[in-house]
Design a binder for this molecule. Structure first.
Ligand code: NAD
Length: 375
């Protein structure tokens, strides 16, 4: 037998750019990632974003003499499906673009950028794309990494690929029209980062978080919080873009949430499931003396102050255990559960037990109550 070993190194580079007035004709950011002369762009826009920016988007491309095919996509987790993937793939096939210098443009929330990213990853085995997040979840999390995907066979993100965007364009003014519930949904990912790796971000949230939530992060402090959260996220991603290291701080809040959001897809948002997971994990960490009483109380006080209305009634310990078991496959055989050690530091546990989860659920039920209604 003879063998030949192939090794090919590939550098991933993409820019995360802060911008404003994205559709102003003098703002070139949206076109800067590809060629502009005699060019075409395949653009997918979230339906709720289109409602507010329909004319501006069309005028922008017309002004630059770029032939744009604009496809409107309905946001929402229920649309992150193979059917919608195929619809977008068909639309793209009917509007040929140059393989290298006419990037697809994805404007929307995490559902849209994940799904369109997956189309970009698979069309001709990979074409460039630009992400423009319009939800807070997209802004601080989904858009700035390289994961793409769709839900499949009852499982979240079961089909997908790592496919880096050419560029991520951050314009926080999109958040002005985002419903309050979706602002809070994105805040859950900021709380995650604060608890697991950034005590200063935690303090910022304590001091200004509620006010920034009310202002949809258009206030100055809101901008500082967003920048800090993105910086923290990028620090974690940059050294582990392809998740070769499976023990990841950014998976804090993403162990038990997987089962919750899968079972309760119709009424529980991703961030809401993550926050419930954060609180369960906080209570497990308290029982193991990784967190003090005071630190535990600070985490609960912060969630109160930010205005979350939580309901523990969906916290079935067997579901949470099944979720941990599923995540153990995802993490290649070890639990690798990120847990806070003090606020701003992290350890990884491989020995979380079913009885600890059950006890954390009981305590959480006592602390936040069972409302018998969806959150
Ligand atoms: N790829 C990643 O690394 C990553 C990370 C985190 C989350 N995600 C994924 O992100 C998804 C959730 O993203 P999401 O919360 O943005 O959901 P979403 O894309 O469904 O958007 C939420 C809602 O907001 C609406 N919307 C979007 N922008 C708006 C705006 N500016 N004004 C008014 N309404 C607007 C949408 O139409 C939708 O109804 C999940 O599927 C999750 O798996 C991916």
């Amino acid at each position: 037998m003879s063998a030949r070993r192939i090794a090919y190194r590939h550098t991933i580079e993409y820019e995360v750019v802060n911008t404003s007035n994205l559709f102003h004709p003098q703002n070139w950011a949206l076109l800067s990632a590809g060629r502009i002369e005699d060019a075409r762009r395949f653009v997918v826009v979230d339906g709720n974003v289109e409602k507010h920016h329909s004319a501006a988007i069309r005028e922008y491309f017309a002004y630059h003499h770029v032939e744009a095919k604009i496809v409107v996509f309905p946001g929402g987790e229920e649309n992150k499906t193979l059917d919608h993937y195929l619809t977008i793939a068909h639309e793209l096939d009917a509007f040929p673009i140059h393989r290298r210098d006419e990037p697809i443009i994805a404007i929307g929330g995490g559902v849209l950028t994940d799904l369109v990213g997956y189309v970009a990853a698979s069309h001709r085995r990979g074409v460039p794309y630009v992400k423009v997040p319009t939800t807070l979840m997209g802004y601080v999390d989904a858009s700035i990494g390289i994961k793409t995907g769709i839900n499949f066979n009852g499982n979240k993100n079961r089909l997908g690929a790592f496919h880096a965007p050419h560029m991520v364009l951050l314009d926080k003014s999109f958040l002005k029209t985002l419903p309050h519930r979706h602002i809070l949904n994105g805040v859950c990912e900021i709380v995650k980062l604060a608890v697991i790796k950034d005590p200063l971000l935690f303090q910022m949230l304590e001091t200004h978080g509620a006010q920034s939530v009310e202002a949809h992060f258009q206030d100055e402090q809101g901008g500082v919080i967003l920048d800090r959260a993105i910086q923290g996220m990028l620090e974690e991603l940059e050294t582990n873009l392809f998740e070769e290291e499976l023990a990841r701080k950014v998976d804090f809040g993403h162990t038990f949430s997987y089962g919750l959001e899968t079972r309760h897809e119709t009424h529980l948002l991703h961030g809401e499931a993550v926050l419930l997971d954060i609180l369960i994990s906080t209570l497990i960490a308290r029982r193991r003396n990784l967190l003090s009483d005071e630190e535990t109380d600070r985490i609960f006080r912060l969630t109160d102050a930010l205005g979350f209305e939580l309901d523990a009634s969906i916290l079935d310990p067997r579901l949470l255990w099944a979720s941990l078991t599923e995540r153990t496959y995802h993490r290649n055989g070890l639990q690798r559960v990120p847990m806070p050690r003090s606020i701003g530091d992290c350890v990884f546990l491989n020995d979380v037990r079913a009885d600890e989860i059950e006890s954390a659920v009981k305590t959480l039920e006592d602390r936040i109550g069972i409302k018998h209604e969806i959150i």
